[in-house]
Design a protein. Structure first.
Length: 444
């Protein structure tokens, strides 16, 4: 694409375009970090606190199962949010929609921190918690697709789409890192009072993070690709219905291909607190430190994996991650079951690497499968439907499998099944990686 064409299409000089690209990538990365901090903080605290606080009359394992049931409700909200915000993201733009999703998730997170326990208001405590968790899930459901597109649609070449799109993906392990750091810090500060008030402070901190995120997002422009769609009056009246009509295969396959990334991701990031405390007998702080190490390795590797996908191909990189995940499930359980402290720490620390091998190229892989005018709706629906079949149920399934068989090995088999499904779905997904960015700017 020539400089002249670029100028006429985007209205910006090459230097201005590069500046907006940097701002878009920063805005996407910071925004997803905040959103995932909010969403994943809930998962960490669920395993440590919510069973005791909101279901005190249950046995420890049953209480955790009940708490993870509420945790799952957030995943039910995610495809609802994908439909709602995907519609508006394809009609009014990526930027405006992302400002709303950030507010919705942030407010819901602060409200979680305000929640009284079962001993204060009885059954209304878990009911209200469930409603707030649903709203939080709806906000997160609309966030991911827009953040990825905000970064990817400013790209001037398709040769670095994987790398640019991996930066919003960086937000997931970074958000988990911040969530666990916050919980660990206030665990140290509050000590025995952690279950009373210490767990609430990380939720309140979300308010500050949301203000920072809004300030950054208000300073960016709409993406050139969406502005081109608007100029050519190719906005669909109901984008969600249109993408289900025109590209149903892509929606279904993108949901299924996420199974070996998302289901194990919530097992190694959330379920491990249940297994680690109740079975392995490790302390809350030990597990938090191990997961923090896990997230550091994860957010380093996710960007590298995205960059590699620009060179070896999205599908090749993603399938490699699926195979890695299927094998690693057995290694992970074997290391945990040694009972050796340093081996357990190492198992937890490296457990996000196979997940991030998939997560890095995943954003571009999914987004490139949908036409620009339906892309917010299509990417959001496919990505978030996986929350219902993979991410949401996985901590519950893992806990149930262990309670049923009194062994963690069935969990490794569950991970392997997810990996096989992911390999098949990815293989069947239409490969759009050769579609040029220039074509999209031209409005084709």
């Amino acid at each position: 694409m020539t400089t002249t064409n670029n100028k006429s299409t985007t209205g910006l000089s090459p230097e201005e375009h590069r500046a907006q690209l940097r701002r878009a990538v920063i805005a996407s990365t910071v925004g997803t970090t905040i959103e995932w901090y909010d969403f994943l903080l809930y998962g960490t605290v669920t395993a440590l606190v919510f069973g005791k606080l909101f279901f005190p009359n249950s046995t420890p394992i049953i209480g955790v199962l009940q708490a993870f049931s509420v945790f799952f409700i957030g995943f039910v909200g995610r495809p609802i949010g994908a439909a709602i915000f995907g519609h508006w993201g394809d009609r009014i733009g990526r930027k405006a929609t992302l400002i709303v999703t950030l507010l919705v998730t942030g407010i819901a997170t602060v409200l979680v921190g305000c929640m009284p326990g079962y001993n204060s208001i009885g059954v209304w405590a878990p009911i209200l918690l469930t409603i707030i968790r649903l709203v939080q899930g709806i906000g997160v459901g609309g966030e991911w697709g827009g953040s990825v597109l905000l970064a990817m649609e400013w790209a001037r070449t398709d040769k670095n789409r994987g790398f640019l799109s991996s930066w919003p993906q960086f937000g997931a392990p970074a958000g988990l890192f911040l969530a666990n750091c916050a919980v660990l810090f206030f665990s140290w500060i509050s000590g025995d009072q952690f279950i009373t008030w210490g767990w609430r402070i990380p939720f309140f901190l979300s308010a500050i993070m949301v203000v920072v995120g809004l300030w950054i997002r208000l300073g960016i422009l709409e993406t050139p690709v969406f502005r081109k769609v608007m100029e050519e009056e190719r906005i669909e009246r109901v984008p969600v219905l249109e993408v289900l009509k025109r590209q149903p295969k892509q929606v279904i396959l993108t949901a299924l291909l996420r199974m070996p990334e998302q289901a194990p991701g919530y097992i190694v990031g959330a379920w491990i607190f249940t297994y680690g405390t109740h079975v392995l007998g490790k302390s809350r702080d030990f597990l938090l430190l191990a997961v923090i190490t896990q997230t550091v390795l994860g957010f380093i590797w996710v960007v590298i994996a995205g960059w590699l996908s620009d060179h070896v191909g999205r599908k090749n990189m993603f399938i490699t991650g699926c195979v890695f995940m299927g094998v690693f499930g057995f290694i992970y359980i074997a290391m945990l079951n040694t009972g050796i402290t340093w081996v357990i720490f190492l198992a937890i620390a490296i457990s996000l690497l196979p997940v991030m091998t998939q997560y890095g190229p995943e954003a571009a892989l999914i987004a490139e499968s949908f036409t620009p005018r339906l892309r917010y709706s299509g990417t959001s629906l496919g990505y978030q439907l996986a929350s219902v079949i993979a991410g949401g149920p996985s901590p519950f399934i893992a806990t149930w499998l262990f309670a049923t068989y009194n062994s963690a090995w069935p969990i490794a088999i569950y991970i392997l099944i997810c990996a096989i499904i992911g390999i098949v779905a990815t293989s069947l997904l239409t490969d759009y990686t050769n579609k040029s960015v220039e074509t999209e700017y031209a409005g084709v």
